[in-house]
Write a protein that binds this ligand. Structure first.
Ligand code: 13P
Length: 247
């Protein structure tokens, strides 16, 4: 399976930040993994133009379940494709928290993304209270089952396990905790989409940095990372790309 280093810029970056994309492309012309950046929607088209002919792919951070219509402020999967995106992040915990997105809504968005030809990166993860209550596997299993289209394939699906309490906090689960969840997700994904699950990249996300990337990438069933803060600077994200290339 081709591994994936994905950066989620969240609500960060204006035109000046595009210099980081050029720097990343120059420093890593032929990485041995896929490299994806998901900037704010305002930068997708410009970043996609800049990334043409490089190893960097560009994705969105959300899409609407409908292809067009009266939905002020929303963006459809077709619009992302039109802007040059190949992927879209769906069901990020910040969307689930800030916008009350449910598994059913994430599923509908994922269906729309696949129909438009995008690869859906579906995010799941437990809160700190859920982990403390021993409910981690229960929570991520339910989210996986509820938000992944049953007809998804290894060519158009990526799963990102992002413990909510590890996002932007500098805290990460232990390597054995990550291993437990990823092995569980592989099994549950097989139940959901069949044998294609063996080749679906399972990303870990939550405070991935150059200093911890190598050990995280050595965990079984970790096929890459979804990186927030450390994806904003080419030097940091490049170091994570290098760690994954070497894994
Ligand atoms: P951080 O890497 O900043 O913790 O964010 C992770 C994340 O939410 C990626 O989607």
């Amino acid at each position: 399976m081709r591994k994936l280093a994905a950066g989620n810029w969240k609500m960060n970056g204006t035109a000046a930040a595009l210099a980081e994309v050029s720097a990343l492309a120059q420093a890593h012309p032929a990485p041995r993994c896929d490299v994806l950046l998901c900037p704010p929607a305002t930068l997708i088209a410009r970043m996609a133009d800049l990334a043409k002919g490089t190893a960097i792919k560009v994705g969105g951070q959300d899409c609407h379940a409908k292809s067009s219509g009266a939905h002020t402020g929303d963006i459809s999967a077709e619009m992302l494709v039109d802007s040059g995106a190949s992927h879209v992040i769906l069901g990020h915990s910040e969307r689930r928290t800030d916008h009350g997105e449910t598994d059913a809504q994430v599923l509908a968005k994922a269906e729309a993304a696949l129909k438009a030809g995008l690869t859906a990166i579906i995010c799941i993860g437990e809160t700190e209270a859920e982990r403390d209550a021993g409910r981690t596997l229960d929570v991520v299993g339910t989210q996986l089952h509820g938000s992944v289209p049953a007809h998804a394939t290894a060519a158009n699906l990526v799963i990102a396990y992002e413990p909510v309490w590890a996002i932007g906090t500098g805290r990460t689960p232990t390597l054995s905790e990550i291993a437990e969840v990823h092995a569980f997700l592989r099994t549950r994904l097989t139940a959901r989409i069949g044998s294609a699950a063996a080749d679906v990249p399972l990303l870990y996300g939550g405070s991935v940095k150059p200093s911890n990337a190598t050990e995280i990438f050595a965990v079984p069933h970790v096929d890459g990372a979804l990186v927030g803060g450390a994806s904003l600077k080419a030097a940091d994200f490049g170091a994570i790309v290098a760690a994954l290339s070497a894994a």
